[in-house]
Design a protein around this ligand. Structure first.
Ligand SMILES: Nc1ncnc2c1ncn2[C@@H]1O[C@H](COP(=O)(O)OP(=O)(O)O)[C@@H](O)[C@H]1O
Ligand SMILES: [Mg+2]
Length: 243
């Protein structure tokens, strides 16, 4: 196989994924790919189906149809950082990481915990109770849990929602460093500015339907009003399509 074909093989291929909750079609026939090292933003109004889609990709919610595939021969793992996380406030950072490493069944929990403390810059906080950390450091622990099994793809649900601007900046520095190491990252947000700033590519989801897949510049060009501000372009893009 030519080298190019290897390096450009998608880290994740999503085809025709659908999910229904009773009468409600939460995700409709969604297909897209993400490349290794790519930072992909999924934006959409509340209730658009972002969390449902990411939960399906993470393998924790069964889809009604469609497929989610990683290339053969790679670690078939997808890391997941949900909005409501399961870390324990009364345990220390290291204790939380060790607990989840064991739950994940990683081969060497102690070495994995040490690696995650180092990678997340939390080594100095290893003995601190989770409940006493700042929101930014807590979110780092959440992400460390998602990365325990060293997955080639990491999914983040509204990762910066509870953070102040400085914590947010540091979080994005950390996430960007992950992509530079080759991890594909998909995050969802309703913060359009954040999607524009950090997403190399943007997917627009509304009423479960994937309406757009491209760059922020292309999304601006796709709104009939020719908006220069992405948030306005996004709103008019949705309005043009009846959402
Ligand atoms: N477990 C569930 N049972 C029934 N309806 C659900 C469930 N989870 C999500 N929904 C509905 O599916 C739609 C999409 O939800 P969600 O994926 O959470 O949207 P988003 O994350 O974009 O805000 C919403 O209308 C929501 O109420
Ligand atoms: Mg959500």
């Amino acid at each position: 196989m030519p080298v190019d074909a290897v390096t450009t093989a998608p880290a994740l291929t999503v085809q025709g994924v659908s999910k229904r909750f009773g009468e409600l079609q939460a995700v409709r026939d969604v297909s897209f790919e993400v490349a290794a090292g790519e930072l992909l933003a999924v934006i959409g109004p509340n209730g658009a189906g972002k969390t449902t889609l990411l939960s399906i990709l993470a393998g924790i919610l069964p889809a009604d149809g469609g497929s989610v595939a990683q290339p053969e021969g790679t670690t078939e793992r997808i890391g997941w950082v949900p909005q409501q996380t399961a870390i324990y406030g009364k345990l220390t950072v290291a204790q939380n990481l060790r607990l989840f490493a064991k739950l994940e069944g990683v081969a060497d929990p102690d070495a994995t915990v040490a690696r995650m403390l180092d990678q997340t810059g939390l080594a100095e906080r290893a003995g601190d109770e989770l409940g006493k950390l700042s929101g930014g450091n807590r979110q780092r622990v959440n992400i460390a849990v998602g990365l325990l099994a060293d997955p080639p793809v990491l999914l983040l649900d509204e990762p910066s929602g509870a953070l102040d601007p400085r914590q947010r900046e540091r979080l994005w520095g950390f996430i960007t460093a992950l992509t530079e190491r080759g991890t594909a990252v998909i995050f969802c947000t309703h913060d359009i500015a954040e999607a524009e700033r950090h997403g190399q590519r943007i997917l627009v989801l509304a009423d479960g339907e994937l309406l757009f897949n491209g760059t922020a510049a292309e999304l601006k060009a796709a709104s009939q009003a020719g908006e220069r501000d992405l948030e306005q372009a996004f709103v008019s893009f949705l309005r043009d399509r009846g959402h």
